[in-house]
Design a protein around this ligand. Structure first.
Ligand code: PGA
Ligand code: MG
Length: 264
């Protein structure tokens, strides 16, 4: 067993970029939404650097590139938490907003700002496209199943804390055969705050009545490390996921493993 697990009574995992390589499907949905708006497509390489702050910020980054192409792609201009919508399962559940007719090109407001109405349309289109089959091209990273099976076999409670909308968690976990592994799953819209805010992690610790110091956060991005540190969790990072093009080691996690199999 990896020494970072010493004294750990609960493990919280990030989803995208940590357990699953979801970017192929995310990129298809981003591009489908951009195409509907008559905007240039982004492609997988750019989307890879934009994932991490939830679906709305993902589309905001895509629109910013489409409407301000001179700005550097993949730059994280909004790393902070976004206002969320709801409790553990979203308060209202997720329903794709009604589709509106798509008219005209992007209409930027102030310099660098993305038009709110355009963002609403783009985000709604993304949610609809992504929701059709979110796991079609999504695969587990090597070592994930082995790690989760072994931790579960030891009786450690496992939680999932992702910034992606809660509605997509169940179909994705079912698609990769991990639907029975997590005792609690939080999405980016499950609480008013999402990572890097510590609230989702503190919620998990309180739910299982475990002290944050006895909890481990495992993730691929600086938002996971920041949330973990702010919540008083131990933090472990994987370097193969999505971190806005930066090495996740720069965020100072307590440990880094190349594969989750190293944990067990
Ligand atoms: O949806 C996102 O932006 C990222 O989700 P994650 O928190 O599982 O990495
Ligand atoms: Mg991630």
């Amino acid at each position: 067993m990896h020494p970072i697990l010493d004294g750990i009574e609960l493990v919280a995992f990030d989803l995208d970029g940590t357990l699953i390589d979801s970017v192929p499907d995310l990129a298809i949905a981003v591009d489908a939404a951009l195409a509907e708006l008559g905007l240039p497509l982004a492609g997988e390489a750019l989307v890879r650097d934009w994932v991490g702050n939830g679906s709305r910020v993902l589309m905001e980054r895509a629109l910013r590139l489409a409407t301000y192409p001179s700005e550097a792609p993949g730059t994280d201009r909004r790393g902070g938490p976004m206002p969320g919508m709801a409790s553990v399962a979203p308060r209202d559940g997720f329903t794709a907003p009604p589709r509106r007719s798509v008219a005209g090109p992007a209409s930027p407001t102030a310099a660098g700002e993305v038009d709110e109405a355009l963002l609403e349309r783009a985000h709604a289109a993304f949610l609809e496209h992504y929701g059709r089959d979110p796991g079609a091209h999504t695969r587990l990273y090597a070592g994930v199943r082995e790690c989760l099976d072994a931790l579960r076999g030891r009786g450690l409670p496992l939680a999932l804390v992702t910034n992606k909308p809660h509605a997509f968690i169940a179909p994705l976990l079912e698609g990769v055969g991990l639907d029975a592994h997590f005792a609690l799953c939080l999405g980016g819209d499950s609480l008013p705050e999402k990572k890097p805010h510590p609230a989702p992690l503190l919620h998990v610790a309180a739910h299982f009545d475990v002290s944050p110091a006895a909890c481990l956060m495992v993730g691929d991005s600086r938002h996971d490390v920041a949330a973990g540190k702010a919540a008083g969790f131990r933090t472990l990072a994987v370097p193969y996921g999505y971190n806005h093009g930066e090495p996740v080691r720069d965020s100072g996690p307590d440990g880094v493993v190349e594969s989750l199999a190293e944990l067990v």
